[in-house]
Structure formats: C-alpha cells, structure tokens
Design a protein around this ligand. Structure first.
Ligand code: MTE
Length: 320
C-alpha cells in the first residue's frame, strides 16, 4: 500500500519470522508496557475502549459463507492497515483505543431525496444483522478470511432514496488528529475517501459492517462502521465512516489522489493485472505463512465470480 514502499523493497525480518507473529509479539509487549494488557494477556476494560470487545452475535448466512478456514481472531485484529493510526501493521491495535465510537453519526447526502444524519445505533437497527465469512485480499499480497457482521449496503441505499442522478457512492472516514495520531502525518491526503459505482454498492455482497467474530468491530478494524467489498482489494473497504455521499461524478479516492497509476478506481482483485511494482498473481494467507509455505494463487474477483456481470464489456486492464 505504501507509496514509498520501503518494506516491499527489501526482505523484512518477517520473511524469516512470520510477520504477523512478530507483530503480535511486538503488540503484546508494547501493550503490556502501555498498561493496556494485564500480565496474563487478558485485555483490561481500558483496552476495549468504547466496548471494542462487546459481544454482537448474528446468525450466519450460509449464502455468504466462504469455504475457507477463518483467520485467527488475534491475527485479524493485530495485523491491520488503518493509516489514521500509523503505518505499521501493529499500530492500529496499539493506538486505536483513542478513538471514541459513541456518540457517532453518519451523514448521508448528495444525490438523495432527503439528506439525513443517522445515529450509529439507528444505523445498526436498519436491517437484521448477519454473519458472513468473507475473504479480504490486500493489494499488498496477503489475505484473511473473517466472519464479518452487518447487512447488505443495499439496505442503506434503499433508506437513502438516491435520486436518478446518483451514479456513485463516496465513503468518507473520520479524520480527527485529536483521536487519530496518524492524521498528523501527511502520508495520505485526509480524510480517507473511497468510492463505488452504485451498482457495485447495491450488490448483495457489499456489506455495511459493524462487527466481527461475534463482537462489535474493534477500533483497529474500523469501528463503529465500515464497508467490506470482498471482491476488491482491501483498500476499497473504508473504515470508521462518517459520511456517505451519493454523486453523479466518479468520486476521487485517497489512494487515487496519492498514486493514480497504482490504485485505480475499480481495484477489482485481478491476478492478471499486476500492480506496477509487484505481481498480483499469488497471495499469502495470514496465519498460514512459514518459511516453506507456498503462496496461494489469487482468484479473479477474489473468488466471487458472481460479480463478473457488473463489468461485462469493460476492459479490466484499462479500468483496473
Ligand atoms: N480505511 C481507512 N479509513 N484507512 C485505512 O488506512 N486501509 C485499507 C482498508 N480501509 C484503510 C481503510 C486497507 S489498505 C485495507 S487492506 C483494509 O482496510 C484492512 O482492513 P483490516 O485491517 O480490517 O483487515
């Protein structure tokens, strides 16, 4: 993801010690030092600021349950990309406790019949929650399989009543330097924004996500509400969303502003379209890595062929 990808240029120590293990060890030690963990490793209340560890159960939807083995909870919550809290994979788990997720509102505006501001608790109740086991593949070449909790974003689109001019949806993440130490750096042009075409946003796979592994979303995974678009590279799945805007024009995105030749608007997982600096043909499944573990082949649309019709007739090398 990094624009000046130092960690892609040289083999990291993590190629010898699996990176996520190194990260969680480092996280454990730094949290211990920061007084966040007890000596037994049990998270104290202070660590679950704003209820990061609160239970949130929902029935699994078999239509959206990947056959893959789920990633370990510890890996999914300590190996994160959330640049608002720092650029290291372990930073979000260490520093995102400073994010206050209540009260929280999401502004819905732009090309809609009636703009509205929804409180997070109202948003949670808009449709029945369900659990979906989705693969998520990062543009950096690693992937995870996570039991996410939420409902189809299409439910929110219905509530928002977009006008006939609405062709795209833009997501804006919170960018508050007082709560998010990474926003003080200029690594991205804040706030983090992302976008989808409206038919992509309306696809039943696109998830408005509020939890994972039977719990409310931990802050480092994008609390209190994020999007999960499993057939696109992970950066399309914006975290800690405060605004959803329906637009006529294709919205600009944070990564598109930073490096347009590297991060296209569509960013569908596509093993045939290499990132300019590395191949996208294979991936490393977090939790399965080891010195001799073979990488997996990356699947077109991340193994969600049901979305192919959204792109019928499009040259996916041009619209990468
Ligand atoms: N959203 C915001 N606001 N800021 C970010 O840095 N990183 C993206 C995406 N959403 C990011 C974000 C990237 S690069 C990835 S791979 C996924 O979040 C990672 O989600 P996870 O940490 O829950 O696995």
């Amino acid at each position: 993801m990094l624009i000046r990808c130092a960690h892609f240029a040289k083999p990291a120590a993590s190629e010898i010690t699996p990176r996520h293990l190194a990260e969680s060890r480092r996280l454990f030690l730094s949290q211990l030092a920061a007084g966040v963990l007890s000596a037994t490793g049990v998270a104290l209340d202070a660590a679950s600021a704003e209820g990061g560890m609160r239970q949130l159960t929902a029935p699994a939807n078999p239509a959206f349950t990947a056959k893959d083995k789920p990633t370990r909870f510890d890996d999914a919550t300590t190996y994160n990309n959330f640049y608002e809290f720092g650029m290291d994979k372990g930073d979000p788990a260490i520093y995102a406790g400073s994010l206050k997720t209540r009260p929280w509102t999401v502004r819905i505006d732009g090309e809609v019949k009636k703009p509205l501001t929804l409180d997070i608790d109202a948003l949670l109740k808009l449709a029945p929650l369900e659990e979906r086991l989705y693969r998520l593949r990062c543009v950096e070449g690693w992937s995870m399989v996570i039991p996410w909790i939420g409902y189809s974003f299409a439910e929110l689109i219905r509530k928002a009543e977009p006008t006939g001019n609405a062709k795209f949806v833009e997501f804006t993440s919170l960018a508050d330097p007082a709560q998010m130490r990474g926003v003080n750096s200029r690594v991205l042009d804040w706030p983090y924004t992302e976008g989808l075409r409206i038919d992509e946003a309306n696809h039943p796979l696109t998830l408005l996500c509020v939890g994972l592994y039977g719990q409310v979303l931990p802050n480092q995974n994008g609390a209190p509400v994020r999007i999960v678009v499993p057939w696109k590279y992970g950066f399309k799945s914006a975290k800690s969303i405060v605004r959803i805007r329906f637009t006529e024009q294709q919205p600009r995105t944070a990564w598109g502003r930073a490096a347009p030749e590297e991060y296209g608007f569509y960013s569908n997982v596509n093993p045939e379209v290499s990132h300019p600096r590395w191949s996208q043909a294979t991936e490393r499944r977090i939790g399965e890595d080891g010195l001799f573990t073979r990488k997996r082949k990356t699947l077109m649309f991340n193994g969600y062929p049901e979305v192919a019709s959204l792109y019928a007739g499009m040259d996916l090398k041009k619209f990468f």
